[in-house]
Design a protein around this ligand. Structure first.
Ligand code: ANZ
Length: 868
């Protein structure tokens, strides 16, 4: 054993032995309880960042802990390997996306290995490999035949200079990122997954996910956005029909507030609405306005914040309840893709309509009132949109009704006249997966000469993506490569292969099933493996994936279940979303206001006695730099800490211990170099302690009766910290697990030279508790205790109940009924001893003034009352 802790050599040796012994490779084994622990797989960007380290350490601690509980633990890793950064890198460095991706994977894999994660590397997958995406294409063809995937026109961002489709993130302030040209919208055919068929189930099953954070479930619920409302038809006034096609007799709207029908003062339709189109034929100003609306962003976030604009059509509809005429407007805040692309506008009770009515001087008519509230049409107030504790006014026969009574009564009235009916809607849209990009999974469709879309036959799968192309940024290279797109149909007739690729969210929607049988050649996942591993017991990842990734993965699980491929309804039993990693930011500002950011590693920070930052100097020149606060580690603020440098300097165990100790997994973590040093010091201390006592340790079981009071207390500390650590593991609270191990080290450091059995017991417990967090040092010291096996195959013991028993108890002492002192006595002390101890306490003696009590009452376990 080395006298000093040398993590670099020690960790390399331990990692080598894990690899040689295939320590983390697992098999389907129905005789054993399984635990599937999964961290979201990384995009192979080139290097690990601290967010990865935190994410994967949390997962690894859970995986190792579960293994110590005796379970068959699967912890796989792979690469979310398709995506745009590879194409951008390809253009910048003239290297094919495949080569760039594979070399990044190699590099990041060595980085992950250096961190000592308990990963079954034999199951590694990369989604850009044909043996992975082959099965995705296979499923695609099945779903296409079932109608769960269909083709329709969708809107894309078109760069007229580069002649290419742009992803949303390539549109910056309405212009193409490379060309700077104003982006246009284009309609092109795309493929859609019919996720809306599963909207209700996706919503309902959220209630079964007890192990998910409430806020993630809320985000999913809002995204699915179920609403109960009504479809209402407003007939066109006779004089407004002219020039309109016969089939446009009315304008249909979707509303969640039929109770406000008598407060509607105009109708608003989307620019794409047929009524807008018809009204624009002889109205050039309206036609121009419609074109302007169509060019704007389709993103909902933009629609919510953009300036509301509209134009009247000069056409009128009739309110089916009152017979009143309402003018129809075209408005940019009405979405064509939602509901009926038309709204009945109630400015008094809808904030968007309110803003619009103010802008264009349209009437505002209050129909909902709330006790104790005053309605002022000049300024919007939150309660105007309220549905609780409200009643109708200015609505004739409906006056006085609350929201749900009014919903029903107006619904009945409209039902009778055939002008409306109840309707439940979802905000969720079908999932458009076509991307006009090269580095993605090819869509397995061919278009035959008759214009039909035919799924590629199983025999011809996979449709392999050529890996040697370097894109030039002007549209998809696949669409320019006849060798790729020229093909033949089943009858040998010429056909054209689809050249779009799939959204990369498709690959990440089922990778967790592929890990169960990564080499299976007969399908997506082997039935016996799917039956055994079932679902992920613990999933760990960032909150940024709370909506789309998790929703699509849940959707795919249901699709695969309905194909008979898996048996579970949901993929992830428990979900942990880890907090962000923050670090200090430092900058200097030049005279033009431009900031230069300095890495915290290059800055010496000054702090006051409370640890607050008061300033800093750049080490390179000794001159001051400004403190910019704690921010998420990022390239733009140059405040990232490089995990590789960290591991090289301190070792993986320090990096892991520090990230686990500094904050509970779900909280933000504020990086501090001195904290890292503290973590390292602790491990060094542990090592030295073990080294110093290595020869004296005695594995003979402790005889608790033979311990003196001091060592009884030490043993009590060891076992009560063991008890808290086990509890903290069970609730994923690893920071306090670490502090328990620190308290154990402090306690066993007090042991006398003669108590080497207790020392052994304490050190053994410490190593077992710390093993999931700092696996290398604990594995090495485990051998020093004389064990030859893997520490992970030993359970963390239960605390010894006897050691947890308090040997002494505390009693309150009263003199003439007044509390004067507290005494500590042996738990089994008799009354004479207790009374003698009470009388001997100085605060008691002061009040008894040396007199013998007339009466002494001992209430067992509670108090002593001395009557003088
Ligand atoms: C009248 C009304 C009065 C409304 C009121 C709200 C408050 P959710 O809950 O998201 O389903 N709406 C309907 N279709 C729309 C479209 N294509 N574009 C923009 N807005 C649309 O929202 C339903 C409400 O959103 C509907 O209820 C409608 O406005 C609006 F005091 O109708 B409401």
């Amino acid at each position: 054993m080395q006298p000093h802790y040398q993590p670099q050599t020690l960790e390399a040796a331990i990692q080598k032995s894990w690899a040689e012994n295939r320590t983390f490779e697992v098999k389907t084994d129905p005789t054993r309880e399984k635990f599937y622990c999964l961290s979201m797989f990384p995009y192979p960007s080139g290097r690990l960042h601290m967010g990865h380290v935190r994410n994967y350490t949390i997962g690894d601690v859970i995986a190792r802990y579960q293994r110590m509980l005796g379970k068959n633990v699967l912890q796989p890793m792979g690469w979310d390997a398709f995506g745009m950064p590879a194409e951008n890198a390809a253009m910048n460095h003239q290297v094919a996306p495949a080569a760039w991706t594979y070399s990044n994977i190699d590099y990041m894999k060595t980085q992950l290995k250096a961190l000592g994660f308990a990963i079954d590397w034999s199951r590694e997958i990369a989604t850009c490999k044909p043996d992975y995406y082959r099965w995705e294409q296979w499923l695609f063809t099945r779903l296409f035949e079932k109608g769960l995937i269909y083709r329709k026109n969708g809107t894309v961002n078109w760069d007229p200079v580069d002649q290419t489709v742009l992803a949303n993130e390539q549109v910056i302030d309405g212009r193409g990122w490379r060309s700077g040209a104003l982006v246009e919208k284009r309609e092109i055919p795309m493929y859609y997954f019919r996720i809306t068929d599963y909207a209700e189930e996706l919503l309902r099953d959220l209630d079964t996910l007890d192990g998910w954070p409430e806020r993630v479930k809320t985000m999913q619920r809002n995204w699915i956005g179920k609403s109960r409302g009504m479809t209402i038809r407003f007939a066109l006034r006779d004089d407004s029909r002219q020039g309109l096609p016969e089939d446009i007799q009315n304008v249909q709207v979707y509303t969640t507030r039929p109770d406000t029908l008598l407060g509607a003062t105009y109708l608003a339709v989307a620019a794409e609405h047929p009524l807008a189109t018809a009204a624009a034929i002889d109205n050039p100003a309206l036609a121009a306005f419609i074109n302007e609306c169509k060019a704007g962003s389709v993103a909902e976030a933009d629609v919510a914040t953009m300036e509301k604009k509209g134009m009247a059509t000069g056409r009128y509809v009739i309110n089916p309840l009152s017979g009143e005429a309402l003018e129809v407007w075209v408005a940019n805040y009405v979405l064509w893709g939602y509901g009926d692309g038309a709204v009945m506008a109630v400015p008094a009770h809808d904030e968007r309509d309110f803003a619009f009515a103010h802008k264009y001087g349209l009437p505002i008519k209050q129909v909902v009132a709330k006790d104790g509230e005053h309605y002022d049409p000049a300024t919007w107030q939150e309660w105007y949109a309220a549905k609780e504790n409200t009643r109708l006014i200015a609505s004739g026969a409906f006056d006085g009704l609350d929201f749900s009574q009014a919903f029903d009564a107006i619904g009945t009235a409209l039902g009778k006249s055939g002008a409306g009916e109840e309707k439940t809607q979802y905000r969720l849209r079908d999932w458009g997966i076509s991307r006009q990009r090269y580095w993605g999974c090819p869509i397995p469709i061919i278009h035959d000469a008759a214009g039909r879309d035919l799924p590629v036959d199983d025999r011809d799968l996979p449709v392999v993506l050529p890996e040697n192309i370097i894109p030039d940024g002007s549209g998809s290279p696949l669409a320019k490569d006849p060798a790729y797109y020229q093909t033949t149909d089943a009858n040998g007739q010429p056909a054209r292969r689809e050249t779009d690729t799939m959204d990369t969210f498709v690959e990440s929607s089922w990778y967790f099933f592929r890990y169960m049988s990564p080499d299976y050649q007969g399908g997506m996942v082997a039935p016996e493996d799917a039956a055994y591993w079932q679902d992920v017991d613990q999933y760990i990842g960032g909150i940024e994936h709370a909506i789309l990734h998790l929703l699509y993965a849940r959707f795919f699980t249901k699709l695969m279940r309905d194909e008979g491929l898996v048996q579970v309804n949901e993929p992830f039993k428990r979900l942990l979303t880890q907090g962000m990693v923050l670090a200090a930011t430092w900058y200097r500002e030049d005279t033009s206001g431009k900031k230069t950011w300095y890495n915290p590693a290059d800055v010496e920070a000054q702090t006051d006695d409370k640890g607050r930052v008061t300033g800093g100097t750049l080490m390179a020149d000794g001159q001051p730099v400004q403190y910019g606060g704690m921010e998420k580690m990022s390239k733009s603020k140059n405040n990232g800490v490089d995990p590789e440098a960290l591991v090289q300097k301190y070792g993986a165990d320090t990096a892991r211990l520090y990230t686990m100790f500094t904050a509970p997994p779900e909280s933000t973590l504020e990086w501090s170099e001195s904290g890292v040093e503290g973590a390292h010091k602790y491990l060094r201390r542990l090592w030295s302690y073990a080294y110093e006592h290595r020869d004296a340790l005695d594995a003979t079981p402790v005889d608790p009766a033979a311990l003196d009071a001091k060592h009884k207390t030490i043993r009590h500390t060891i076992h009560s910290e063991l008890r808290s650590a086990r509890y903290d593991y069970s609730r994923n609270q690893f920071n306090t697990v670490v502090s328990s191990t620190m308290k154990i080290l402090n306690a066993i450091s007090e042991i006398d030279a003669t108590n080497n059995r207790l020392r052994y017991e304490g050190l053994r417990i410490l190593l077992l508790v710390l093993a999931p967090i700092a696996p290398h040092i604990t594995a090495a010291l485990w051998q020093e205790l004389g064990y030859t096996g893997n520490i992970l195959d030993t359970a963390i013991p239960e605390p010894d109940e006897a050691a947890l028993q308090q040997d002494s108890i505390t009693l309150a002492v009263q003199v003439n009924g007044k509390r004067r002192a507290e005494i500590s006595v042996a738990a089994d002390a008799d009354n004479d001893i207790i009374i003698t101890a009470a009388l001997a306490h100085p605060d008691v003696a002061r009040h008894t003034e040396g007199k013998t009590p007339k009466k002494s009452i001992v209430v067992p376990g509670k108090l002593v009352n001395l009557v003088i």
